[in-house]
Every structure is written in structure tokens, then in C-alpha cells.
Design a protein around this ligand. Sequence first.
Ligand SMILES: Nc1ncnc2c1ncn2[C@@H]1O[C@H](COP(=O)(O)OP(=O)(O)OP(=O)(O)O)[C@@H](O)[C@H]1O
Length: 498
Amino acid sequence: MLNVLILDDEDIIRTEVNEFLTNVGYSVYEADRPSRAMELLQQHEIDIMILDIKLPEKDGVEVLQDVKQLHPATEVIMITGHGDSDTVLQCMKRGAFDFFHKPIRLLEIRTAIERTERFLSLQTKLRHLERRFDAVSTDLQRSIADIVGSSEAIQGVIDTTLKAAASADTSVLITGESGSGKELVARVLHHASPRASRPYVPVNCSAIPDTLIESEFFGHRKGAFTGAIEDRAGYFEAAEGGTLFLDEIGDMPLAAQTKLLRVLEDRRVKRVGGTREVPVNLRVIAATNQDLPRMISDKAFRGDLYYRINTLEIRIPPLRERLADLQELISHFISDFNPRFRKQIRGISADALQKLSRYDFPGNVRELRGMVERAMILSDGPLLEADVLSLPSEARSSGPGFRSALAPLDRSPDSQETDPTVQPNSAEGLSAQRFQTEILPRQLAEVDQLEIGMVEEFERSLLAEALKRCQHNKSRTAQMLDISIHALGRRLRRLEMS
Ligand SMILES: Nc1ncnc2c1ncn2[C@@H]1O[C@H](COP(=O)(O)OP(=O)(O)OP(=O)(O)O)[C@@H](O)[C@H]1O
């Protein structure tokens, strides 16, 4: 409903116009002088103002000027006398939307107001579209910029992603090793698609307990089970119109796979405890680092679901197949971490880079990011050197130990079990190894949460913990932290721990 303000010093005109407009459904305010009109404009969002020319205090042309300056969203319709062509011209120049002559004909007013109303609604739509367009394009720009790398391999991935984005209903399966950037690609896919202005709902299938999976995906009605204290929409409904990203789909239990398949086929969902089915309109993007065809032959993944979700497959090559991106990625992470750690590290030494490029990065970009983060905490100079990067010495690069030292932070327990390089071989080995593979990476991940001023404190406690575990033997501590004994000494002195 539009708000209309009438500014006229003639009571009879105000009353008549007010009655007429109120009857046809507008909300009408009246003012008999400019100062009162300005007060009302302050207090209410006035869409249209009907403004007389001849007024006490100041004339209508001046009032028009004030209104256009202070309340540009308010459209003004002027009431002018006959033969006032100069004034009409002035008013139009100053932004009046329309005008009509006295004596007023109510029907004329109504037509003028309806015209203004149509104009206002078009303007609102335009503003809305502009906002959406801006938001969509910046989100897309930002999500593409998040994918660092100029190698042919990664550019190929971005090209395919943008092509896949165009067909808004096609299911896409993103495959690639852990930490290779599948989530980043899923975001680009959404933001570049016609569904970009609608929700993007990422779901990590491995993080939902089996017992909750149905209500999380389908939602529930109040009272459907203990704890269902109110009606809740599930992921399918939350992603309405947009994209549902199912990360780690290989971890979805078989029963849930069957239900997912049904939704993809019927495009309808029913909340747990509910009776009504509601239609859903969304695109599903799934991602996995597992070998789904093998899981199908092992009966751990449904073949029919697999064919349903991989209408199009985007494979992200592991980092070791695109080492051309290494330097760019390292620079990106360094500039990301510099302000957080209050450092001014300029880059990486040629020697360290060369050694890194011989590594196979089982944890891919996530692992590289963790390495850079850790090295930056430990680094004292302007360049990241091999000793703080936990790089393998030539002898260790292919031998056991190195992988475990750099195990990605979120490596699954399964992968560690099957990885012969992380099998503990002694009690001391167990604690040192656990410190390297679990405790240290977890603590490093916690750095993300720390305030800048706490970084030194954190570093100090990390070193104290490592020293304690090695009975204060410096060379063993350095070995455990994968840094040289000199680097350890420098750090202890800087932190006044020696
Ligand atoms: N090309 C890249 N440029 C910049 N950062 C990247 C790139 N690829 C991955 N990353 C970073 O590496 C980390 C892991 O990426 P992401 O979560 O997308 O991997 P993923 O393949 O989905 O991993 P998972 O299989 O474990 O879910 C994130 O911090 C991400 O920002």
C-alpha cells in the first residue's frame, strides 16, 4: 500500500482528495504548510506527494526542491493553476513526476497516482535486479578468485565448471583427492549458474549421524520424535531454487542413498512425521574423494544413484599433477597469513621451492596451506626456508616418516590405518608420531582461532610441549618438529625460552 502526502493550504481540497484516495486504498497524510509536510516526510516513508504551488511559508517550487534533495525516493505530483506554463517547466526541471491543473478532477488525480505507482514499482524491481546482479557477479568473481593457479590443469577445471554451470538442472559430480579444492569448485558452479541468487547449501554427508540423516535432509514436523520441538525444514527445502552441495557423498549410508535417489527422481519431499509432499526445485552437486565405481561393486554405493548424480563429472587433478601452481599458491597463502601472524614474509627460497616440488602432497592444497601456515609461525627471516617447511631431506623424501609428519589435518583414521608410513613402531615412536600427526596439526589449526597477540604465546606452549615430550633433548625436539637444531635454538632465544 502506497503512502500519499497532500500539501495544500485549502482544507476542502485536502479533505476531498484524502477521502477519495483513502477509499481506493491508499494511506493518506495531510499537511497545510511546508514545515508540517517536512515533519511528515521525516516520520513516514512517503511514496507520493501531491504538492500545491501557492502555499504559506514558501512556494511549491522551493518545497519541491527541498523534497527532491532530502527525500529523493518520494515522487512529487504538482497542482498548478491555469496559464502557469513557466512554473510547470520549472517543476519538471526540478524533478516533479507529473502535474495537474486546478480545479482538481478526482479521476485525473487517480490516473496520475496510478501512473506514478507503476513507475515506482518498476523502479523497485530495477533496484532489486541491480542489487541481485551486483551480488551475483561479486560472489562469482570472489569464488573464482579463491581458486588460485594458472596451470592448464586448473584453468581447464574452471572452464568446464563454467560450462557446467550454465545448465541449471544438470547434476554434477566433482571428484578429486582430499584437499584438492572440490568445495571451491562447487561454489563457482553455484555462483556462475542461473541459480546464483538462490541459496547454496553445503552439506558434509560424513558429519551427520545416521540417526539424524533423514530429519536433517527432509526436515520434520513438531512432535515427530523426541526433541522435535518445532517444525523444521530440511536441506532439500532450504536449498529451494538453488544448489544443494553434498560433500563426501561416498559416506552417505545406503538407506539415505535410496531416499536421496527418490527425491532426485520425484522432485518432492515429505518432512518426517508429515503427510504433505512438497515439490522441490534444486540442483544437486556431489563431491567425493572415494572410488565410487569400486564402492558400487563392493555394494557400498548404489549404482543407480551414481548414474543419477554424475550426469557430468569434473575431476580435479591432485596438486602433484599441477606443480606449476605451487609458487602461486604459496605466495597466496603467505599474503593471507602475513597480517594474521604480524609477519612480513616475502616469499619462499629457491631451494625450499625446489624441494617442495619433489614432494607428492597426499593432502593436496590443504596440506600445502598447513605447511605454509606452520612454516610462517616458525620462520624468522624474510623468506620461508626449507628447514621451517618441514621438508624432507633427500633421504627422507621417499622414506617413511615424512608423510606422517605432514599428514593433512583432517586425514581420516582409515587412511592412516592403511598408510604403512604412519604405523607406530615403538612406544616413544607412538607419542612422537601422534604429536606430529594429530596434536601438532590440530594445534596449528587452532591458530586460526587465535588473536594475533596470542600467536607468540601459542608458539611458546607448542615448543614447551615438544621439549617436554623429548625430555628437553634439543636435537630430538628439533627432529620431532622437523626443523633444524639451529632453527630451534633461534626460536628458543627469540621467545626467551633458552
Ligand atoms: N586452487 C586453490 N587455490 C587456493 N586454495 C585452495 C585451492 N584448492 C584448495 N584450496 C584450499 O585448500 C583447502 C581444501 O580445499 P577444499 O575444502 O575445497 O578441498 P576438498 O577437495 O573439498 O577437500 P575434502 O575432500 O577433504 O572435502 C581449503 O582451505 C581451500 O581454500
